[in-house]
Design a protein around this ligand. Structure first.
Ligand code: ZN
Length: 306
């Protein structure tokens, strides 16, 4: 079935106690505030305790996959569940919260399998790392290292629980495990939702208007990271390789949009160092969006990793 946009999917991984649930709740609140419907597939339903109201009311769009891990034993069930959500609920966004032992990239591979590969849009994995647990230094190998190494984005979380002076060294620890992934810092799940569900050229104007109306009404006093959004105008008619190189040289933490190459229209999606140009399939790309790519970067005051 054709639609104007594919459904973005975010995979949230991380150890027990890293604050995954807090992050998911925060994303749900953000979606609710903008009237968007979220579906959640969780390995740990019981632990979440998500309020039905936060999901936007009504239909069943909270699915628990119990009795195994979504990245391996339950991977077929994950694909079936996503397809069922797509056909029965058609949500605006999907969040997959994995168990504490799942590997984000193994989970992500399921998004490239048919039939879900036909409609999954912007997809990314974020691995949540508790700064407090990291400071205790007991989880630096095995599954923890595998999770961190395969993340698109890393969230150094619960930064309010460690001394400010310790943050740089903690961040360096995870950067060493995955030099390609940008590291975000937050407490209480307060990540800019636009980094996890980035706007494309099709909804940037809406988001900009909303941001202007509620400038930084955060209720915690931590030094919030500042991000800027800009729109690139990609030259029309480059080869696919040249278009990729052109965007790659200008990409940010998240990159999203559409280009017209010599090989045809391409959907542009980037997270961290990863940048992909893919054919739109049956996606209906409005002509006025072609050649427009939205990039989110750190604000000018930042000289940290990416
Ligand atoms: Zn697994």
């Amino acid at each position: 079935m054709s639609r104007a946009a594919r459904i973005p999917v975010l995979i949230v991984s991380g150890f027990l106690g890293s604050g995954k649930t807090t992050l998911v709740r925060r994303l749900l609140e953000d979606a609710q505030a903008r009237g968007e419907r979220v579906a959640i597939v969780s390995n740990e339903f019981g632990a979440l305790g998500i309020d039905e109201a936060l999901l936007g009311g009504g239909e069943e769009r909270f699915v628990e996959l119990a009795g195994g891990c979504v990245c391996c034993q339950l991977s077929d069930e994950l694909v079936d569940t996503l397809e069922a959500l797509r056909t029965q609920v058609d949500p605006d966004r999907i969040i997959i919260e994995t168990s504490g032992v799942a590997l984000p990239f193994e989970t992500q591979l399921n998004l490239y399998r048919p039939p879900v590969s036909a409609w999954v849009g912007d997809e990314a994995s974020v691995v949540v790392v508790s700064a407090a647990q990291l400071a205790e230094g007991e989880e630096l190998d095995g599954t923890f290292a595998d999770q961190v190494a395969s993340a698109d984005l890393l969230l150094l979380h619960k930064i309010d629980l460690v001394a400010v002076e310790a943050l740089a060294a903690l961040e360096a620890t995870i950067v060493a495990m995955n030099p390609d992934a940008p590291v975000l810092r937050a407490a209480y799940g307060q990540v800019d939702p636009a980094l996890l569900f980035p706007a494309g050229p099709e909804d940037l104007a809406v988001r900009r208007a909303r941001t202007a109306g509620h400038a930084h009404g955060h209720d915690h006093a931590h030094d919030h990271e500042q991000f800027v959004t800009e729109e690139l105008r990609v030259p029309i008619g480059l080869s696919e390789a040249d278009a990729h190189a052109w965007i790659d040289a200008r990409k940010g933490l998240r990159t999203k949009g559409f280009v017209a190459t010599q090989a045809g229209i391409r959907v542009v999606q980037g997270v961290g160092r990863r940048l992909e140009l893919t054919p739109p399939g049956d996606l209906l790309v409005p002509p006025d969006l072609i050649g427009r790519v939205v990039v989110i970067r750190r604000g000018p005051s930042h000289d940290r990793h990416m």
